[in-house]
Design a binder for this molecule. Structure first.
Ligand SMILES: *Cc1c(COP(=O)(O)O)cnc(C)c1O
Length: 725
């Protein structure tokens, strides 16, 4: 979903972005729910001739044949082109008679559980993808690895550079690192792929032999220095060979810096080089049939590409309540009609008696407050949190003057027993007489279902266990459709919520704070309280006429403060400015003059570790402290003596790092001040000094560190060598 929005936006913005992926015979899966509420996964095969894809041909009119070597055989890959507006998406597929029956299954399904197939899928995506681009004559200025699944592209790029340009491994690696970007998409462990080393060996020993790389050095590519796990980690590979890396929301950036900090030992967490670009949604794909013309008229053509601070958004203040309400109600009716259309099947499947059927259908009126919950039934999303106290929920839904409907949709991963159980629990509640006609479930969640739901719902419920929702995008589709978010302070909502544009369930926390994990029961109690005391009363408050004026104020606020900020236009522009263009520039820098900088950096790194180990730092002297406390506002003076050993003075970056801390770690981003070398000391150790005044109050920690640097290094953290004093 996210990559699709990314591609569509690249087309809208006319960016030369090419997508590479796999074309699956059966896609994810189709969902059916049986009488007992158990999900069955069906895998109907796609007929590619009915999909908007075209087979890519070579110059002689034959299907383009991308080839990869697998142990003892050659894999043939055919390629399909999807035109996403002006942008191109290439999808690879191994289902051709030229492959073994087993290899033809590589692209059978999206979420392949078998590890060996999974590994072959990723070899195909990463290494096959690079070969495909090469065959098409495309020479990307930058490569964006979305999730670790594509990270084997690093290996193929290195091999090509070595074989075609005669570069050494580490020289090629410098170039590859300079133009690679990496986005990590989830803190959930299972989403961060790793492969057992013995399995890797069969596929990658030949690779190592072909470029003369020792197996031990290969293993280190997918493992952080000093760790000894028996796996090759795709996220680590990607982090090790990227110019820049990011998470997908401010909170997820913070969580990722903690999660992957063992790769940067001795570096304060706040400095770990993983930033964030918050995801966004493609507004033209989600803005509904009543809201879109209303906003076209008010904001003018092209409003979906406006940045968040454009003055046009002020015009929302002049939008009459009655128009906004009418548009919302029209879209809600369309949703209720879609639910109504699913009722005959539902009645038949569960054997609902006729009188009950009528009562149920009668509840589908736009006067109801409609609350939606549609997402994958991954356990951390807690689809059943709403039912933690069914009696309390029943009381809330029992008021005939305040009709409320919940609509659920979502698939559980077929191998996820817990997710399947949660789905069954929702179905059980739907059939419970207390909730009859108050809870609905739409089967086979997909883009069409999602669109209808986000366009029609008044409220979008989101109850993940913090901080596992890296971003979450379904809630971002709601504000432009006049819906309000009711969410835990996780993912994008942590930065979206401003106190008046929706509701936060439980504590409102900043994006730089993990906090204690909340208990499910506590979160459920807070959700009920919010519904009982805020959401429901506000919706049914009609004192100022027949429409809920105060609710509309919140809708307007949500529309105004969230739409542009969480659009994919903002997201893709962030990637362009902060990632794609810098990487393209870095690539030119490294490759100018026959790869001069890449060669020089590689040569420098070859012996810097050994030389740096010969450096000694003397005692740090501090002046201006009394009993470890600063006196008044006078800055403290810091100096340190360094015996450089085999390092040259110009290769040393000496810094004071100081900031609020708890004795173990910095509790906030520390200040970093460079110490300068005092001259005229003759021979002997080098003396470095600086002065420092804290920028914040409270207990502080400080230390002095040295890092090796040389001209043209992308960042002093790049060598991961740090010596603290
Ligand atoms: C938007 C969307 C998603 C992603 O939603 P989350 O909030 O990230 O769970 C998943 N599936 C479909 C069909 C969607 O439209």
């Amino acid at each position: 979903m996210l990559s699709g929005d990314h591609m569509k936006t690249a087309s809208d913005l006319n960016l030369p972005l090419v997508g590479v992926g796999l074309l699956y015979k059966s896609g994810y899966f189709s969902q059916q729910i049986d009488k007992e509420g158990r999900q069955t996964a069906l895998y109907p095969e796609n007929d590619f001739s009915l999909l908007p894809v075209e087979l890519v041909k070579d110059g002689r009119g034959e299907p383009l044949d991308v080839q990869l070597d697998l142990p003892g055989r050659r894999l043939h890959v055919q390629v399909w082109l999807v035109r996403v507006g002006r942008a191109r998406l290439y999808l690879m597929d191994t289902d051709t008679p030229r492959n073994t029956a087993d290899d033809r299954r590589i692209t059978a399904r999206l979420y392949e559980a078998d590890r060996d197939f999974r590994l072959r899928q990723e070899i195909l995506l990463g290494m096959g993808g690079v070969r495909l681009l090469r065959k098409l004559g495309l020479r990307p200025a930058a490569y964006h690895m979305n999730e670790g699944h594509s990270a084997f592209l690093i290996l193929e790029r290195i091999r090509l550079l070595m074989q075609e340009e005669g570069l050494a491994f580490d020289e090629a690696a410098e170039i590859v690192r300079g133009s690679n970007l990496f986005t990590t998409h989830t803190p959930v462990d299972a989403g961060n792929e790793r492969f057992a080393l013995d399995r890797m060996e069969a596929y990658f020993m030949p690779y190592c032999q072909s470029i003369g790389l020792a197996w031990q050095d290969f293993i280190r590519m997918g493992r952080f220095e000093g760790t000894e796990r028996n796996t090759f980690e795709m996220t680590v590979l990607a982090l090790n060979y990227s110019y820049r890396a990011n998470g997908v929301s401010a909170l997820h950036g913070y969580v990722s810096r903690h999660m992957w900090q063992e790769g940067w030992k001795g570096v304060p967490t706040a400095e770990i080089p993983i930033g964030h670009v918050t995801n966004g949604v493609h507004l033209p794909s989600y803005a509904g049939p009543a809201m879109k013309p209303l906003l076209d008229g008010l904001l003018g053509e092209g409003w979906m590409e406006l940045p968040p601070d454009a003055p046009q958004w002020d015009r929302l203040e002049g939008l009459p309540d009655t128009d906004l309400w009418a548009a919302k109600q029209a879209q809600k009716k369309a949703l209720l009609e879609a639910v109504r259309a699913s009722l005959p099947d539902f009645f038949k499947k569960y054997g609902i008696p006729y009188e009950k059927q009528k009562a149920m259908a009668a509840r589908l009126t736009p006067e109801s407050l409609v609350i939606g919950f549609a997402r994958r039934f991954a356990p951390y999303k807690r689809a059943t949190l709403l039912f933690a106290d069914p009696d309390r929920l029943a009381r809330l839904l029992d008021d005939a003057d305040r009709p409320i409907i919940f609509i659920f949709a979502g698939k559980a991963h077929p191998a996820d027993a817990q997710g399947i159980d949660m789905l069954q629990e929702v179905i059980r509640h739907m059939l419970d007489p207390r909730f009859f006609g108050k809870i609905f479930f739409i089967e086979d969640y997909n883009l069409a279902v999602s669109r209808t739901l986000v366009q029609g719902c008044d409220v979008w419920l989101n109850t993940p266990r913090r901080p596992y929702e890296a971003c979450g995008t379904s809630g971002q589709k709601v504000p432009v459709n006049g819906g309000l978010n009711l969410s835990v302070s996780d993912g994008w909502w942590c930065e979206g919520y401003d106190g008046e544009n929706g509701w936060t369930i439980g504590p409102v926390v900043t994006c730089e704070f993990l906090g204690a994990e909340q208990g499910d029961y506590d979160d459920a109690a807070l959700l009920y309280a919010l519904l009982e005391e805020n959401v429901v009363p506000l919706y049914f408050d009609r004192e100022a006429g027949d429409i809920p004026r105060n609710w509309l104020a919140r809708m307007r606020r949500s529309l105004r403060t969230l739409t542009a900020r969480f659009s994919s236009c903002r997201m893709v522009r962030d990637y362009l400015e902060g990632y794609y263009l810098p990487a393209a520039r870095r690539d030119q820098e490294l490759r100018a003059d026959k790869d001069a900088l890449a060669r020089r950096l590689a040569a420098w790194k070859r012996d810097v570790t050994g030389r740096f180990n010969s450096l000694k730092m003397g005692e740090i002297r501090i002046e201006g402290l009394e009993k470890d406390e600063l006196i008044g506002t006078r800055p403290m003076r810091v100096d340190v003596s360094i015996t450089p050993g085999a390092m040259k003075p110009e290769e040393l970056l000496v810094q004071l790092v100081a900031g609020p801390g708890n004795g173990q770690a910095f509790t906030d981003s520390p200040d970093v001040v460079e110490l300068t070398r005092k001259d005229g000391e003759g021979s002997g150790p080098l003396i470095y000094a600086c002065s420092y005044s804290p920028t914040r109050s409270g207990p502080h920690m400080y230390g002095v560190r040295v890092m090796p640097v040389t001209d043209g290094l992308a960042s002093p953290l790049e060598t991961r060598l740090v010596l603290w004093g």
